[in-house]
Write a new protein. Structure first.
Length: 178
């Protein structure tokens, strides 16, 4: 165990005791049920001779408050500290048709994209259904999508997801509904 009480495991989730594996909240990393589930699937795949993998950079963090808060990938501070050039696009829920019809307009969607490649590096959402909206972004990021890829994807109307599309458009300075 480390100084904080976490069980140390190797890349295959095996502890220092041969044949003893550990996942989830007892190992380093975010204490999230969905992270633990991914650990478990990967550990069993590895035990079965397959190649299990968890991309810990793409584990969404969600706070179930009102409004909800969800985040994935890098923050602006992390990108600045790393010296990574980025562009940012944000879109307020006050300009989203679905949010206006439900009266749940608090919050915004922010997308951070690499300044050169436009690859999505981080997404931060405060607002209605943030915990659900973040998964569109997780999938996009897992496949190396750019902000332009998200912007050019048809989003149903009226949906909260349109705020994600609009934030992606805003990365290039061209949101539609401002």
């Amino acid at each position: 165990m480390d100084q904080r009480g976490f069980i140390q495991v190797d890349a295959d989730f095996e502890s220092s005791v041969p044949g003893v594996f550990a996942i989830g909240d007892c190992v380093p990393g975010p204490m999230l049920a969905h992270k633990a589930e991914e650990d478990g699937v990967a550990a069993v795949e590895i035990m079965a001779g397959q190649s299990g993998h968890v991309d810990y950079g793409l584990v969404p963090g969600i706070v179930y408050t009102h409004p909800e808060v969800a985040s994935i990938g890098k923050t602006e501070d992390e990108l600045k500290q790393a010296g990574t050039g980025y562009r940012k696009g944000s879109f307020p829920f006050t300009a989203n048709s679905r949010a206006r019809t439900t009266g749940d307009m608090d919050g915004t969607v922010k997308i951070l994209a690499d300044a050169e490649t436009d690859r999505v590096l981080g997404v931060h959402i405060i607002g209605p259904e943030a915990g659900n909206l973040i998964h569109e972004c997780a999938t996009a990021m897992a496949f190396g999508a750019t902000a332009e890829d998200i912007a050019r994807t048809c989003h149903g109307h009226p949906t909260y997801n349109e705020a994600v599309k609009e934030a992606a458009l805003a990365v290039d300075g061209r949101p539609i509904h401002t």
